[in-house]
Write a protein that binds this ligand. Structure first.
Ligand SMILES: NC(=O)c1ccc[n+]([C@@H]2O[C@H](COP(=O)([O-])OP(=O)(O)OC[C@H]3O[C@@H](n4cnc5c(N)ncnc54)[C@H](OP(=O)(O)O)[C@@H]3O)[C@@H](O)[C@H]2O)c1
Length: 270
């Protein structure tokens, strides 16, 4: 069976992908984590810090992955060095590398949605770091690097949702922008899309996320309602200017891998 090494297997994205790939049983999945345990058997869980290059090399030698998914967070400088080290190891092998990037690589040009052929235009520190990481890894790996750009991810155990539920339980009013428009994703559909890509191995950049956009305040009003609270618990506020941050795809995705905001919200129907 082909071997897949997932960096960041204990994170929100990593866990959803592990659950799906373990159920599909098409790969022997190995996953790294720092302090949380991924949903993998102990012998395939590997504690690995971003600074532990010796351990990275040993792990690589031991697993010799056929595919790598990078779904990490952490200090940006350390991540850049770590991602370079992974790219250099992958360069000397035949393995495919899938890098989790973000819609934030376009946050310096937030006037319209962006498709795959557009060049990044980052403004925030996060967006600039992710764009730099994409560029650095592409310079080492060329077309062997696949870039996955997606917007905010939602799911029952995703921290932005569990933290929201904590605030609602405490009786707080939560504030969201009525003139910030975005697309969004679920952890489960993102995992299904990544699993599809791993199977078919197309090259290039992939924009993953809902095919429609919605304002932040409207989305959270609906979400809060699905979570069992009145919509009035969301207070709408405004940015000085309208903002749109969305990554839309020009690719021909199978119908069952398309997702809308209605589907995302249905995910939370109680
Ligand atoms: N979630 C989103 O909405 C979203 C949207 C767009 C793009 N992305 C991208 O998708 C990727 C995954 O995001 P996520 O939300 O799943 O992140 P996450 O839940 O914070 O998980 C991050 C993963 O990185 C590991 N990690 C963190 N610091 C580390 C360190 N110093 N050394 C080694 N490992 C470390 C964590 O291990 P422990 O759990 O053991 O600490 C965890 O496995 C990221 O690259 C992110 O930029 C996410």
């Amino acid at each position: 069976m082909p071997r897949l090494l997932l960096f960041g297997a204990s994170g929100a994205v990593g866990k959803a992908l592990v659950r799906l790939l373990e159920a599909e049983n098409a790969y022997t999945v190995h996953g790294t984590c720092r302090s949380n345990r991924p949903p993998l058997p102990a012998e395939r869980c590997h504690r690995l810090d971003l600074e532990d290059f010796r351990k990275l090399e040993l792990l690589w030698e031991r697993i010799r992955p056929d595919a790598v998914v990078l779904a990490l967070r952490g200090d940006y400088e350390k991540q850049l060095r770590f991602h370079r080290a992974v790219a250099e190891l992958a360069k000397g092998s035949s393995c495919d590398v899938w890098f989790c990037s973000t819609s934030a690589v376009f946050d310096g040009s937030a006037k319209k949605p962006h498709t795959e052929e557009e060049a990044p235009a980052p403004e925030s520190e996060y967006g600039r770091f992710k764009a730099a990481c994409e560029e650095m890894m592409a310079s080492v790996l060329g077309s062997r690097l696949r870039i996955l750009r997606f917007p905010a991810v939602f799911g029952r155990d995703v921290p932005r949702v569990t933290q929201l539920m904590e605030r609602l339980k405490r009786g707080e009013i939560v504030e969201y922008h009525d003139n910030f428009f975005a697309n969004r994703h679920t952890d489960e559909m993102l995992a299904r899309q990544i699993a599809f890509l791993l199977r078919h191995r197309p090259e290039g950049i992939f924009h993953l996320g809902s095919v429609d956009i919605m304002s932040q305040a409207e989305f959270y009003r609906e979400l809060v309602f699905r979570l069992g609270y009145p919509k009035e618990r969301v207070k709408a506020i405004s940015h000085p200017a309208d903002r749109i941050l969305a990554v839309l795809s020009k690719r021909d995705w199978p119908e069952e891998l398309r997702i809308t905001h209605d589907d995302i919200l249905d995910h939370f129907r109680s």
